[in-house]
Write a protein that binds this ligand. Structure first.
Ligand code: TYD
Length: 136
C-alpha cells in the first residue's frame, strides 16, 4: 500500500498450515531490489531508541519479527508513527527518510533487509544535515 510519505507497507504473505507460518523473501519478487544484506536487532530496551539516521541511496524493508515497536519516519515535511507488531508486514523505505525506532516491547526482534552492503558513507546521522539535504 503506497502511503502519503514515500514509503510502502508491504504484505509479506505467509504460507500457513497447522504447523505454523512460513514467509519467503525473494529479490525482485516480494522484495523490489536485490537483497545484499540482512541484519537484525535483539536485546532491545524500551528506554533506548535506535536509528536516528537517513540513507542517501540504500533501500530497506523493516520487519518486526517478534514483539512490537514504533517506527518514526520523517521526510523533512511530515512525520509518521507506524506501530509494527507483525512479521507479515514490512515497511519499504526507498528514499531519503529519517527513521527512528522507539518503544521496543519485551522480546522485540527487528529485521532489516537491505539493498546494499554496510557503508557508513551512505548514512546521514545528523538531523540538521538531513533537513538541509531534503530542502535542496
Ligand atoms: P547503528 O547504525 O548505530 O544501529 P541503529 O541505526 O540500528 O541504531 O549501528 C550500530 C553499529 O553496528 C555501528 O557501529 C555500525 C555497525 N553496523 C555494521 O557493522 N553493519 C551493519 O550492517 C549495520 C546496520 C551496522
Amino acid at each position: 500500500m503506497k502511503e502519503k510519505m514515500d514509503y510502502e507497507i508491504i504484505d509479506l504473505n505467509a504460507i500457513s498450515d497447522e504447523r505454523g507460518a512460513l514467509v519467503a523473501l525473494e529479490s525482485f519478487k516480494n522484495v523490489p531490489f536485490e537483497i545484499k544484506r540482512i541484519y537484525y536487532l535483539t536485546n532491545l530496551k524500551p528506554e533506548l531508541p535506535r536509528g536516528f539516521h537517513a540513507h542517501k541511496k540504500l533501500q530497506q524493508i523493516i520487519v518486526c519479527m517478534s514483539g512490537s515497536f514504533d517506527l518514526i519516519l520523517d521526510d523533512g515535511k511530515d512525520k509518521q508513527i507506524i506501530h509494527l507488531d507483525s512479521p507479515f508486514k514490512g515497511v519499504l523505505i526507498k528514499s531519503l527518510i529519517w527513521r527512528e525506532m522507539h518503544n521496543f516491547s519485551n522480546g522485540c526482534v527487528l529485521m532489516t533487509i537491505a539493498s546494499d552492503f554496510y557503508d557508513e558513507s551512505d548514512y546521514i546521522r545528523s538531523y540538521e544535515d538531513f533537513k538541509k539535504l531534503v530542502s535542496l
